[in-house]
Design a protein around this ligand. Structure first.
Ligand SMILES: Nc1nc2c(c(=O)[nH]1)N[C@H]1C(S)=C(S)[C@@H](COP(=O)(O)OP(=O)(O)OC[C@H]3O[C@@H](n4cnc5c(=O)[nH]c(N)nc54)[C@H](O)[C@@H]3O)O[C@H]1N2
Ligand SMILES: Nc1nc2c(c(=O)[nH]1)N[C@H]1C(S)=C(S)[C@@H](COP(=O)(O)OP(=O)(O)OC[C@H]3O[C@@H](n4cnc5c(=O)[nH]c(N)nc54)[C@H](O)[C@@H]3O)O[C@H]1N2
Ligand code: SF4
Ligand SMILES: [Mo]
Length: 817
C-alpha cells in the first residue's frame, strides 16, 4: 500500500487521516463534505488519490448501466487515476442528477473484483480455477470455437447473448450498438434476454412506440392534473424522476399510486390503491365501465385519432378495407380503411369521413361488420366495477373515485414502468391501461400520456448503417428462457438449432435470469462458454474463456439509450483501460478479424460514432460529432417538452391509437398456435402462478415481488465497499399479520421456498406490504444470501405470445429458519 504522507500531518497516511478526522475533506480530489461517515472516506483511499496540488483534469461521461438515470458526470482525473465523480450541469437543470452509485465509480474502477487479464478455465466449470492467458490465445480460442461450430453444425451453432450491462454505441448495448453489427455480420444466433417485453407487447398495438417509448418527457409531468403511478417504483427505480412527481403535486396535481405494496411514492400520494398482484387489467376494465357509464368518453378524440370507428369484419376479425368491397387497388396505392359516415348514412374511407359512426353493425356489399368501439363496449361490459373490485381486492368506491379523477381532472398521465410486466399475463394489463387512456383522450397533449419513458432515439440513430453491415440481415433471435428446450430438441419451432457455444456479454444470466437452476443446466450442457465482463459475476464464474473489459470511463463512446432524460452524452476516455482490459469495441474488432468479417469493423471509434449519428433525423436535431465534442451533451428529443403522439399522431401502422388489435403477433415466433381472438381486445386473466385461486396457493400462499433497490443496478455495484457498508445485506419484507402467524420478527432469518428452490434471508416486518405478498430486493449475489438464491424461486415459463420473464409470477411458502 502506498504510504504517501498527508500534507497536513506527515505522520498520518491519507486514508488514516480521513478515517481519524471523519470530517470534511480538505484536498481537491476528495469529496468536499462527508455525509456518509466512514463509508465515504473509503473513496479517499490513497491508492486512488494523489498529492494535493496536482492538476485535475475533468472528462465528460455518462453513468450508463440500466437504471434509466443516464446521469451526466464529471470524471475527475489526477495523475492518471479517476479520483472522483460529480454531477455535471445539464442544459436543462431540471435534469441535473447523480446518485450514490454514480458517486462511487472510483470503487468500481479500482475494485478488487475487477477482472485483470484474459483467463481460461483450469478446473471444472464453475469451480473457480483459472489460468492467465494472452489476448491472442483468448481471441483465437473463441473465434476457433465460434467458427468451428458454425462450419460443422450451422450458423446457429454459436450464439451471442447480451442484456443491459451498459448502454453505448460502441462498447455498450442498445440501438445501433456495435455488438449488433458483429452478430449480424456473422449470422450468429441472437439469444435475447426476454425481460421487460410485456410492456411493449401490450402497449404497442394500442399506442405504437415513439422515440421516447410512449411517454412525454419527465419535465412534462408538472403539466398533469392527475398522475397515476401504476406499477412503478420511481423512488427506488427512477430516482431521478421522483422530484417531477413532487413538483407536480406542489402545483396541485393529484397523485394516485396503484401498487400491491405501499411503495415510497405512496407516502406522497393522495390515493393509494393496493391492488392484488397481477390484477391490473381487471382494474382498467372496471374503470372503463365507469367512463362509459358516466359519459366521460372523449368522442371527438375517438373519431379523429383512433381506430374506434373502424369496421371489423365478422368473418375474420380484420378491419374492412376498400379491397374487401371489390374496389381495385392500383399497385403501390393504399388499401384504405372503411368507416360508416354518420352524416350521410353510408360508408366512406377513414381519411375522408369527418364524422364516422362510433357505434353500429352494418352489412356493406354483403360483408358483415361492427365498429371496433362496439366490440370493445361488449367486452368492457363483462367487467362491471363490482367484478373488477373482487378480482383486484379493492373497494368499488375506490375504483369509482380514481376513475372520476382520471377522467375528469384532466390532463391525466399514467406513469408506468415494469411492475406489471413481470407476470405471465403482463401484456394484457398494459393493453387494457392503454385503452383506458384512449377512451378518455388522455394522450398526445402536455400532461397527458400513458406509458413509460426512456430515450430510444429510434428517430435518429442510424440503425440500418450500424447494425446491418454490407447488407447483412438480422440474425435469428431466440429467448434465453427456451434454451433448455432448444438444447434438448435441437429445434426452435421448425428451425433446426444445434447450439454448442455462447458468447455472453453485458449480462449476468445466472444471477439475473429467471429460474437459476435451469440456467445452470444450460451452462452444463453447452460445449463452450465465453464471458466478457468487468468483474467475476455469477455467470463469469462458469466461463471457459473470460475476457476482462474496460470500465465505462476507460473508453470513448456515445450514450443515449434508455435514459429518462432527453440528452445524448459524449463519453470521453478519462483513463487508459486498467491492467490488460480492452474495450468491448476492440474485442469485436479482434473477433471480427478472426471470424472472417473484418471488413465490417474496418473503422476506428470515431468512424463508428459518425456512422451511428449519420442521419437526417440527427442533423435535424443538430446532433453532430463535432458539436457533441464541443458541448459534451446535446438535446436528443424533438419538441420542448417532448410530447408523444402530439396532436394524435400515433406511431402505429394506421397512424391512430387502436382499441382493437387487428393483427396480433407474438414477439418470438416459433410457429406456435395461439388464440388470435384473445389478443384482439382487452381482457383479464390471472397470473399463471401467483394467484389466490391457483390450487398451488394452498401449498405456497405468498406472491413474491422483487423491487429494484437504490443500492444496485441489477447485479452491478455489488463489489463496492461503500455500498456494502450502507446496505450490508438483503432483507425480505413481510406483512405484520403474516409475520405474527409465523412468529417472525424483524431480524429473524426466514426461508422462502417452492418446488424450484429456496432462499434463506433476514426478514423485515413492514406494514406497507400487502398480506400474502413478500418483497425481495432485486440484484443480490449468491454469496449475500444466508443460503440458497432468490433466483431459484423464479420461473422461466412465458406467455405464448410474449417471450418475457415473469419474475413476480411466483408463489412460495415461508417458514422461520
Ligand atoms: N428475480 C428477478 N430477476 C430479474 C429482475 C427482477 O425484477 N427479479 N429484473 C430483470 C430486469 S428488469 C433486467 S433489465 C435484468 C438485468 O440483467 P442484466 O442485464 O444481467 O443486468 P446487470 O447486472 O446490470 O449487468 C450484467 C453484467 O454486465 C456487466 N457489464 C457492465 N458494463 C459492461 C460493459 O461495458 N461491457 C461488458 N462486457 N459488460 C458490462 C456487469 O458487470 C454485469 O455483470 O435483470 C432481470 N432479472
Ligand atoms: N436503482 C435501480 N434502479 C433501476 C434498476 C435497478 O436495478 N436499480 N433497474 C432498472 C430496470 S432494468 C427496470 S426494468 C426498472 C423497473 O422499474 P419499476 O418497474 O419502476 O421498478 P420495480 O422496483 O420493479 O417496481 C415496480 C413496482 O411495481 C409494483 N408491482 C409489483 N407487482 C405489481 C402488480 O401486479 N401491479 C401493480 N400495479 N404494481 C405491481 C411493485 O410493488 C413496485 O412498487 O428499474 C430501472 N431502475
Ligand atoms: S446509478 Fe443511475 S441514478 Fe445513479 S448515477 Fe448512475 S445513472 Fe445516475
Ligand atoms: Mo429491466
Amino acid at each position: 500500500m502506498n504510504q504517501e504522507k498527508n500534507s497536513l500531518n506527515p505522520n498520518l497516511s491519507r486514508r488514516t487521516f480521513l478515517k481519524a478526522s471523519g470530517a470534511t475533506a480538505v484536498t481537491a480530489g476528495v469529496v468536499a463534505a462527508n455525509p456518509w461517515g466512514t463509508a465515504m472516506t473509503a473513496l479517499a483511499d490513497e491508492e486512488q488519490t494523489s498529492a494535493a496540488g496536482e492538476e485535475e483534469q475533468i472528462f465528460s461521461g455518462a453513468c450508463r448501466g440500466n437504471c434509466a438515470g443516464g446521469c451526466f458526470l464529471n470524471i475527475h482525473v489526477r495523475n492518471g487515476k479517476v479520483v472522483r465523480t460529480s454531477a455535471r450541469e445539464m442544459p436543462n437543470p431540471e435534469y441535473n442528477r447523480i446518485c450514490v452509485k454514480g458517486l462511487t465509480h472510483v470503487q468500481r474502477i479500482y475494485s478488487k473484483e475487477r477482472l485483470k487479464y484474459p483467463m481460461k478455465r483450469a478446473g471444472e466449470r464453475g469451480e473457480g480455477k483459472w489460468e492467465r492467458i494472452t489476448w491472442d490465445e483468448a481471441i483465437s480460442t473463441i473465434a476457433q470455437k465460434w467458427k468451428g461450430y458454425q462450419d460443422e453444425f450451422g450458423k446457429y451453432a454459436f450464439g451471442v447473448m447480451w442484456s443491459s450491462g451498459s448502454y453505448a454505441a460502441l462498447s455498450g448495448v442498445g440501438i445501433g450498438s456495435a455488438i449488433n453489427r458483429l452478430q449480424n455480420a456473422n449470422g450468429a444466433l441472437n439469444i435475447t434476454a426476454a425481460v421487460d417485453m410485456a410492456r411493449g407487447q401490450g402497449t404497442k398495438p394500442a399506442l405504437g412506440q415513439g422515440t421516447f417509448v410512449t411517454a412525454n418527457e419527465p419535465a412534462d409531468l408538472k403539466n398533469a392534473k392527475t398522475i397515476f403511478c401504476w406499477g412503478a417504483n420511481p423512488v427506488g427505480a427512477q430516482q431521478q424522476s421522483t422530484h417531477f412527481f413532487l413538483e407536480a403535486r406542489e402545483k396541485g396535481a393529484k397523485i394516485v399510486v396503484i401498487d400491491p405494496n405501499f411503495n415510497a411514492l405512496a407516502a406522497k400520494a393522495d390515493i393509494f390503491v393496493p391492488v392484488r398482484p397481477g390484477s391490473d387489467a381487471a382494474l382498467a376494465l372496471g374503470m372503463m365501465n365507469i367512463v362509459v357509464r358516466e359519459n366521460w368518453v372523449d368522442e371527438p378524440f375517438l373519431k379523429k385519432s383512433t381506430g374506434a370507428p373502424f369496421l371489423v369484419k365478422e368473418s375474420d376479425g380484420k378491419f374492412l378495407r376498400q379491397s374487401d368491397l371489390g374496389i381495385h387497388i392500383p399497385e403501390g396505392a393504399k388499401d384504405e380503411l372503411i368507416v360508416w359516415n354518420q352524416d350521410s348514412d353510408t360508408y366512406g374511407t377513414a381519411d375522408t369521413v369527418s364524422n364516422p359512426a362510433l357505434r353500429g353493425s352494418y352489412t356493406i356489399n354483403g360483408v358483415k361488420v361492427t365498429t371496433a368501439y362496439d366490440l370493445l363496449l361488449e367486452r368492457i361490459a363483462e367487467y362491471p366495477p363490482k367484478k373488477a373490485a373482487e378480482i383486484c381486492n379493492i373497494p368499488v368506491a375506490q375504483i369509482e373515485e380514481i376513475t372520476e379523477l382520471y377522467a375528469t381532472n384532466k390532463p391525466s398521465a399514467i406513469y408506468e414502468f415494469f411492475g406489471i410486466d413481470h407476470y405471465v399475463n403482463g401484456h394484457y394489463g398494459y393493453f387494457a391501461m392503454a385503452i383506458l387512456a384512449i377512451l378518455t383522450g388522455n394522450l398526445g397533449k402536455p400532461g397527458a400520456f400513458c406509458g413509460m419513458g426512456e430515450n430510444l432515439a429510434t428517430d435518429w440513430i442510424n440503425m440500418a448503417g450500424t447494425m446491418f453491415p454490407n447488407g447483412a440481415k438480422p440474425s435469428l433471435s431466440v429467448p434465453v428462457n427456451m434454451l433448455t428446450e432448444i438444447l434438448e430438441t435441437k429445434m426452435y419451432g421448425k428451425t433446426p438449432i444445434d447450439l454448442k457455444g455462447i458468447y455472453f456479454t453485458h449480462v449476468n444470466q445466472i444471477g439475473n435470469g429467471a429460474e437459476r437452476k435451469a440456467t445452470l443446466e444450460v451452462m452444463k450442457k453447452l460445449d463452450f462458454i465465453a464471458v466478457a465482463d468487468l468483474n467475476m459475476n455469477e455467470t463469469a464464474q462458469y466461463a471457459d474463456i473470460l475476457l476482462p473489459v474496460a470500465h465505462w470511463f476507460e473508453v470513448d463512446d456515445v450514450f443515449v439509450n434508455y435514459s429518462t432524460h432527453p440528452y445524448v452524452i459524449l463519453q470521453e476516455k478519462a483513463i487508459e483501460p486498467l491492467y490488460e482490459c480492452k474495450s468491448d469495441f476492440e474485442i469485436y474488432q479482434l473477433l471480427a478479424e478472426k471470424l472472417g468479417c473484418s471488413d465490417a469493423f474496418a473503422m476506428d471509434e470515431e468512424d463508428y460514432m459518425r456512422l451511428w449519428m449519420d442521419t437526417d433525423g440527427a442533423r435535424k436535431l443538430g446532433i453532430t460529432l463535432e458539436k457533441l465534442k464541443e458541448e459534451k451533451i446535446l438535446r436528443a428529443l424533438p419538441g420542448d417538452p417532448y410530447i408523444y403522439a402530439e396532436g394524435g399522431a400515433f406511431a402505429t401502422p394506421t397512424g391512430r391509437a387502436q382499441l382493437y388489435n387487428e393483427a396480433p403477433a407474438p414477439n418470438n415466433n416459433y410457429d406456435q398456435v395461439f388464440d388470435l381472438a384473445k389478443e384482439r381486445l382487452p381482457h383479464f386473466e390471472p397470473p399463471l402462478e401467483a394467484w389466490h385461486e391457483n390450487p398451488l396457493h394452498a401449498k405456497y400462499p405468498f406472491s413474491v415481488i422483487q423491487d429494484k433497490g437504490r443500492w444496485r443496478t441489477h447485479s452491478q455495484w455489488w463489489d463496492v465497499p461503500m455500498l456494502k457498508e450502507l446496505s450490508p445485506e438483503p432483507f425480505v419484507k413481510i406483512n405484520p399479520a403474516d409475520a405474527a402467524a409465523r412468529n417472525v420478527k424483524t431480524g429473524d432469518i426466514i426461508k422462502l421456498y417452492n418446488d424450484r428452490g429456496y432462499v434463506k434471508i433476514k426478514a423485515i416486518v413492514d406494514r406497507g406490504i400487502q398480506p400474502g405478498v413478500l418483497s425481495l430486493p432485486k440484484g443480490r449475489e449468491k454469496q449475500e444470501f444466508i443460503e440458497g438464491h432468490y433466483q431459484d424461486l423464479t420461473s422461466r415459463v412465458m406467455n405464448i405470445v410474449c417471450a418475457n420473464s415473469a419474475f413476480f409470477d411466483v408463489l412460495v411458502q415461508v417458514e422461520k429458519a
